[in-house]
Design a protein around this ligand. Structure first.
Ligand code: R2B
Ligand code: URA
Length: 310
């Protein structure tokens, strides 16, 4: 395996700017950000996005739009936002993106491949727009391990299905293993924000990232399952003992790509259920919707404290 160290040292840019550790991009006359419906020759990216300091990503478009609404109300950003809040991914409907003042919110869909495509283009967008000192946070949902449903987990590190803080990807048919560690200072700040918001528990722990919701997360309720209830519990208990607090499907590639681009990155996911107690997500819709707003309120608090210089 090739480790990240060389890749990280490979790219030198001005402090605070977003790194794009790809020499090819720097020689391209035009860069079309295909899935975002944006491009360097068709859009004035520095004018549209140059003031961005916070990027928040989450699975669904409606949740990210709701997040921007809460942000505008709580931080009185209404003068800097379009009314109605418009989707900036003009002519491509794969992802949605909304902006309010220095905050950009984007949807990433489900799973590592979908998150990866969004982040490649989003990181280049931030680079082309010459943004500085950007913090990127994923807000999402997850399955918890031994936690009361509704608990918010701030990730120390994303870990793979063997509980290691790394992600393997095939590049040119060869295995490349990269670190999935997250920014420790930001994680501590996020935990403090959760406790300041209150009304729910916030914990710090490792987040296991899988490539599937069913067998990949040791569920018994998928269309296919080859293991017993006991084998499921042995695996999930081993994960718990290795420090895994929750399980979701995007944190690994999110951590890797943000690290390689020099972005401060954090992951904040609410737990919808306790996976040691069951597999089905069966709480009423309004309960799940309220749970899903918890990471949003936590991140609004982080942005509020950062902007007010507290
Ligand atoms: C959490 O929830 C989704 C699966 O239901 C997936 O995107 C994730 O990471
Ligand atoms: N998202 C996941 O990936 N897993 C769960 O159990 C719940 C939400």
């Amino acid at each position: 395996p090739i480790l990240t160290q060389n890749e990280e040292e490979n790219s030198s840019t001005e402090i605070g700017l977003v790194r794009v550790p790809n020499l090819h991009v720097h020689t391209m006359a035009e860069d079309v950000l295909y899935h975002l419906g944006l491009g360097t020759l068709t859009h004035d990216l520095p004018a549209m996005f140059g003031d961005v300091k916070f990027v928040c990503v989450g699975g669904s478009a409606s949740r990210m739009r709701e997040f921007v609404g809460i942000l505008c109300t709580k931080l009185a950003l209404s003068e800097t936002v379009q009314d109605p809040i418009i989707n900036l991914c003009g002519n491509n409907d794969r992802y949605s993106m909304y902006k309010a003042g220095p905050v950009l919110a984007a949807s990433h869909g489900m799973g590592v491949p979908s998150m990866s495509i969004l982040l490649h283009e989003l990181i280049k967008l931030l680079h082309h727009a010459r943004c500085r000192d950007v913090t990127v946070i994923r807000i999402g949902t997850s399955g918890g391990l031994g936690l009361e449903p509704g608990t918010v987990v701030v990730s120390r590190s994303a870990v793979d299905a063997r509980f290691q803080p790394q992600m393997e990807q095939m590049v040119l048919g060869k295995s490349v293993v990269r670190s999935t560690e997250l920014h420790a200072g930001l994680a501590a700040e996020l935990v403090a924000c959760g406790r300041a918001v209150g009304g729910f528990q916030t914990v710090l722990g490792n987040t296991m990232c899988t490539h599937d919701f069913y067998e990949g997360q040791a569920r018994l309720d998928g269309a296919v399952c080859t293991y017993s209830h006991e084998e499921k519990l042995v695996y999930l208990r081993a994960a718990h003992e290795a420090g895994v607090c929750n399980i979701e499907m995007e944190s690994s590639v999110f951590s890797v790509l943000c690290r390689l681009s020099g972005l401060q990155a954090g992951v904040v996911c609410v737990t919808l259920l306790d996976r040691l107690a069951g597999d089905q997500v069966s709480s009423p819709h309004d309960v799940l919707a309220e749970f899903a707003r918890r990471p949003q309120h936590l991140v609004v608090e982080l942005i509020r404290t950062r902007l007010s210089g507290l």
